[in-house]
Structures are given as structure tokens and as C-alpha cells.
Design a protein around this ligand. Sequence first.
Ligand code: 13P
Ligand code: ZN
Length: 263
Amino acid sequence: MIENKSLRAEIDKIAEVAGYVWEKGWAERNGGNISVNVTRFLDEPEMNFSETSDATPLLEPVTNLAGDCFYVTGTGMRMRYIARKPCENGSIIRITSDGAAYEIISEPAVKPTSELPSHLLMHSYLRKACRNSRVVLHTHPTDIIGLTHCKPFLDSTHFTRTLWSMIPESRIIVPKGVGIVPYQIPGSIELAHATIEMLEKHDIVCWEKHGMLATGEDIIECFDAIDTLSKSAQIYLNARMAGFEPEGLTDKQLDNLAVAFNL
Ligand code: 13P
Ligand code: ZN
């Protein structure tokens, strides 16, 4: 039981989103994972851990995150159970002072997601870029993944343009568009490197034939961004299934949205 009220509220929000992701059908078995920087919610005594010798080495150091604490979902844990019991299906980790390892500082000690390399490199990259971002949400939206099985959609510009043109909200809510990362082995450091390359120009990344990752300051906003893009993908696919190519918003209409909403 977490006594700290602000930390409790943050973890409740993570649990709420885990529930939405499950309800959406984006989280088969243990599909998807979440990390949230919770350092700001921890008090001095909670932060005052002495480092032990059983810290787990990271595949790549993240020196600019040294001392930071993250709530991270556990590997093999199901979103539908994270929704109900976030502290039994995830844990709080702290990056060691040299940035080269992590320690689990909560009970029970749940082993972090296999995608920790991508999550931590993303947090590290966003910190360096001074982007306001504490959250990485990774999930498996069926419709979006389906589109990445079609070659032309492996081009980030074409993929983004198609999703933007289905509904105005996609253009407004995801102004930097989606970066497509070519397929790599899940959990690999190669996937992590390819992911942060795409973060340079985008807030949302799509892993070919695998899933999406949204970054941001608030986990509800991250969920909303993926949900909006998923809606666009559904409209596109439904139109194709009905036998027609959807017309889509024109370039001019998309440009006008950018002006109207200061994007
Ligand atoms: P984990 O259970 O290790 O978080 O893996 C799920 C997943 O989605 C891998 O990409
Ligand atoms: Zn995944």
C-alpha cells in the first residue's frame, strides 16, 4: 500500500489507462508496457536509498537519468491485471548514480518490462532535448499494426498524411505525426536506437508489425493520441472494406487546420 498521496494518484492514473488499453483490445496477453517518471512525487526519505550491490546493469547507460525513479510495468504482466493491481504487476525502479544500472525500490520486486531499453533511451533522449515528457506508453492497436503490413505505409510521411486526412482531430492532436520504425526484435537495443532516431521529429512512434509508442507529460494524453490515430486507421480500413478509397481531407484543408490551431 502506497502512503504517499501524490504518488498513489499518479499510479491510479496509470491503472486507469491500463484498463482502457485492455478494453480497446490493444493488449492481448502481456502486450504493451508503461513507464512513468515519478521522481517528483517521491519525498526525501523515500529517495534516500543506499545503493546495493544487486543493481541490474542496463544495456546502455542513461547518465542524464541518474537518480531518477520510474514506475515501470512488469515483464509478462497483463494490462487487465495492471489496471486492478498496478503495484503487484509493476514496480518502482531507481537509476543508479552512474546511470549504468537500476534497482527496484518497491515491494514486491517485479522485474521490469523487456522493453526497458527502449523506454529508458526514450526518456533519456527526451530529457536531453528538453521536451516535457515523463511518460512512455507502448501498446498494440490492431488497426494501426494492420496498416504496417502494407508497404506504402512504411513511409512515415505517407502513413501520417493518411491518418491526418481521415479526421481533423488527428492533425490537431498529433501535430508532429507518426515516425515508422522498421521491424526489429522486440526488447532489443537496436529497436531502442531506431526508436529514438524517430523521436527527433515525432512524438509518436510506430514499430512495424508490432505496436505504437506515445510520449508526453500526461498518460491520459498519450492514450488519447493513440486512440485518435486508431480511429483514423479504422475509418480508412472500413472505407477500404466497403470497397472505396476514402477521399480524405485535402492538403489545403490540412494546412488550414495548422493555421487555425497554431500547429
Ligand atoms: P513485456 O511483457 O516484457 O512488457 O513485453 C510486452 C511487449 O509488448 C513487448 O513489446
Ligand atoms: Zn510490444
